[in-house]
Design a binder for this molecule. Sequence first.
Ligand code: NDP
Length: 300
Amino acid sequence: MSAKIIDGKEFAARVRADVAKHVAKLKADHDITPGLAVVLVGEDPASQVYVRSKGKTTSEVGMNSYEHRLDVDTAEKDLLALIDKLNNDPAVHGILVQLPLPDHLNSDLVINSIDPAKDVDGFHISNVGLLGTGQKSMVPCTPLGCLMMLRDHHGSLSGLNAVVVGRSNIVGKPMASLLLKDSCTVTIAHSRTKDLPDVVRGADIVVGAVGRAEMIPGDWIKPGATVIDVGINRIDAPKKGEGKTRLVGDCHFESCAEIAGAITPVPGGVGPMTIACLLANTLTACCRANGLEEPQGLTA
Ligand code: NDP
């Protein structure tokens, strides 16, 4: 293995410590405590784990955490009424509605009812438009975490060829917008892309956001390129560690690490950065709401 391992766990701990330092200063200087409200509808086990983890981490950095757990059959008008209340609550600076929502709820309608200034997931159509036009917005957490790691590793990204494999609204497209904003030459690849291996071979930066276990092998990687693996896939065949299953990314770690200059592992790469960036976004939203300077290095 020759690649530098980009340690997302360690990086996320640094981001959280930075957020905590700013939160303490906000309290001391202005008597303001950032607040994050998380809304969970139903009892999806994975969502419950995420929400618990978000609440715990929010409190750990000194922010106020507000959890709203609603029944699986909650009527849309009741969910919208709760969001309206949170939009108007000055103690709440960030609102996150945990996705996926139960089928009877219109996710687009619900997300677009959040005040864009409090939309810490960056999914509101206004934030999507602002990011797409290179303006100040709330930025989706996972791509923001990838961008932070890339900036940390490369310094300037200007002029680098970046290939984002995947065009989803939550990862692929915002990632491409962020890389373009940092002056990369960006290609977005997807399931209809022709000659994908050759497209990826042209990249100085490869972002894998496909959702297919170990789909990108080392011989698609340009020597010295940086590989950011967003994928989280659970597979059988427990070669590493214990248990019957294990987590792998969208990139084949061992072969990519032979060729790449730097690579994020799975687990322990992009994953831990997502919650850290949620906290960073809540802090940013709080500073903006109070007309205060935004923290450096925690936004796009
Ligand atoms: P989606 O399923 O929404 O999108 C997957 C994308 O991959 C689509 O654009 C699809 O193309 C493309 N794709 C599928 N198959 C191929 C193929 N054979 N060749 C090229 N492109 C292909 O996934 P998400 O963006 O939501 O998530 C991607 C991965 O990232 C998942 O593993 C997910 O678990 C993980 N993830 C991790 C997070 C983290 O915190 N680390 C957060 C969010 C996601 P098309 O549009 O043509 O169908």
